[in-house]
Design a protein around this ligand. Structure first.
Ligand code: GLA
Length: 374
């Protein structure tokens, strides 16, 4: 499947890990629809690891755990589809999944056929327990081929965490997104590390195969499987804005049945989502003129606007700036830049060709800038 914009959805892992069930999926699907997350663009409902029985069936096929999914996966898919959403499932390229359930090594074609038969629309494909002798690229190419030939349009979400120089070969596997980082946890340090990890690998992502910065922790507040310290709402704002500007897939990881208002407003910030979903698909870029902790993240947009995010990942306040000229709008053009901050609505106009931002620690200001007459 070719998808021109990075996928959006919800995934069970960050909060629920092995505590998954048909009931959880159905109630979360209902919440995605009734809360308005679906209308905001969240589309894929992804069941992560731990959904299967520990053994394959007599026919060699994967079997959903009957205690968790008593009516099987076709039934789950039908419910998800009946609500206008899409169904994602999880498997792994190695000998076992990361939580030691059966995976698809040497069974790629059979499993792709099974998933297609269930009505799966998305496969997250992990990298644990890879035999030392196996070649990672080859394992992903196998599943890429199996999915391409399975008779159903299934989005291929590779999850090899950037290991074994994934960026060099992932584009040859048919994957539509690739996990470019290790696992996120619900702390500020994790968010900061995953943003910085993008600095050197942005050129490897984009339309065709998006850099996946991992699932969102917005709104977890220390609860659930990867919930550790939790973050402040401002830190969650930085996290969400960075994922949007960097065109990462947006896979919600909190319990969508129990979101507070701030969580909901961050996750449904339409203007940030519009940047992440921008139809032109231009690759974002990062300027680190100051320090690695005060990056400016920039993306040209389809209507001629420029998204420009000033980030302060450091523990001290920071004053930062960027020149309109460096954004592609020189003074000699007779034009300048002005725009609106996308969380607060506050406006900004370049002064003598310079855009200034004053940032408290762990904060950001993200502007959608228009090119206007000086
Ligand atoms: C790995 C992945 C996670 C999650 C778990 C499941 O750690 O990176 O996103 O899928 O496996 O076991």
């Amino acid at each position: 499947m070719i998808k021109n914009t990075p996928p959006m959805g919800w995934n069970t892992w960050n909060t629920f890990a092995e505590n998954i069930s048909e009931e959880l999926i159905f109630s979360s699907v209902d919440a995605i629809v009734s809360s308005g997350l679906k209308d905001a663009g969240y589309e894929y409902v992804v069941i992560d690891d731990c959904w299967a029985c520990r053994e394959r069936g007599e026919d060699g096929r994967l079997v959903p755990d009957p205690k968790k999914f008593p009516h099987g996966m076709r039934y789950v898919a039908d419910y998800i589809h009946s609500k206008g959403l899409k169904f994602g499932i999880y498997s792994c390229a190695g000998l076992l999944t990361c939580a030691a359930y059966p995976s698809s090594y040497d069974r790629e074609f059979l499993d792709a056929e099974t998933f297609a038969g269930w009505g799966v629309d998305f496969l997250k494909y992990d990298y644990c327990h890879k035999p030392l002798s196996a070649d990672g690229a080859n394992l992903y190419r196998r599943m890429g081929l199996a999915l391409a030939g399975c008779g159903r349009d299934i989005l291929f979400s590779a999850c090899s965490w950037g290991a074994d120089e994934t960026h060099e070969w992932i584009g040859t596997t048919g994957a539509n997104m690739w996990r470019s980082t290790g696992d996120i946890v619900d702390t500020w340090e994790s968010v900061r590390e995953l943003i910085k990890r993008q600095y050197d690998i942005l050129p490897y992502g984009g339309v065709g195969c998006f850099n996946d910065m991992d699932m969102l922790i917005v709104g977890m507040h220390g609860k659930g499987h990867v919930g550790l310290k939790g973050c402040t709402d401002d830190e969650y704002r930085v996290h969400f804005a960075a994922w949007c500007l960097l065109a990462s897939p947006l896979m919600i990881g909190c319990d969508v049945r129990n979101m507070d208002e701030t969580t909901y407003s961050i996750l449904t910030n339409r203007e940030l989502i519009a940047i992440q979903q921008d139809a032109r698909g231009a690759r974002p870029y990062i300027c680190r003129n100051f320090t690695d902790d005060v990056p400016v993240i920039i993306r040209q947009l389809a209507n001629g606007d420029i998204a420009c995010g000033f980030f302060n990942l450091s523990d001290a306040p920071a004053n930062t700036w960027y020149a309109a000229d460096d954004l592609g709008v020189p003074s000699i053009s007779g034009r300048t830049l002005c725009g609106k901050e996308l969380y607060t609505g506050e406006t900004l106009r370049a002064v003598n060709g310079i855009l200034f931002a004053s940032l408290p620690p762990h904060s950001c200001k993200v502007y959608r800038l228009r090119v206007v007459a000086k």
